[in-house]
Write a protein that binds this ligand. Structure first.
Ligand code: DQA
Length: 142
């Protein structure tokens, strides 16, 4: 069975409550149920943390045994060389995702320090960004 790990970074535990005009009104747990139902043959595991080191530990833990990582690193996207290095340290391909179109927002969100360590980047499609990333990993065999 194909195994995909979704990793959400800081503040994404508040999806549904946090700035709904930017991130929508739906909780991630609710969305995840729908995503898993759409891919019954794929094992989709989920981890969220507000702490950079926990995200790195998760990448180390899963990165040698899963088929792909879908990573929304939240604000750490724009700051974390350590996450970049963690992604480069493991063989699993990663897709960077964002719910919002970071390029249409503040300038400090335009730069990603992790994109170069990822297979691709998907942003701006709301929660559907995650489905597109899973689809890229599963169907395109990236
Ligand atoms: C985000 C965009 C980031 O700039 C921001 O810090 C987030 C969420 C997104 O999914 O749109 O926390 O990654």
């Amino acid at each position: 069975m194909v195994k995909i790990q979704i990793i959400n970074g800081p503040n994404l535990n508040l999806l549904g409550l946090r700035e709904p005009e930017v991130y929508g009104g739906r909780s991630f747990d609710d969305y995840l149920e729908e995503l898993r139902a759409a891919y019954p043959d794929v094992q989709i595991d989920y981890f969220q943390s507000n702490h950079e080191g926990d995200l790195i530990d998760c990448i180390h833990r899963v990165g040698f045994e899963c088929d792909g990582i879908v990573l929304n690193a939240g604000a750490y996207t724009h700051t974390s060389i350590a996450l970049h290095d963690a992604l480069r340290a493991v063989p699993a391909p990663a897709i960077e995702v964002h719910i919002s179109n970071v390029h249409a927002r503040e300038e400090f969100r335009h730069r990603s320090l992790i994109a170069a360590a990822c297979r691709g980047v998907i942003c701006g499609f709301g929660l559907d960004s995650y489905r597109l990333a899973v689809s890229a990993l599963v169907e395109c065999k990236v």
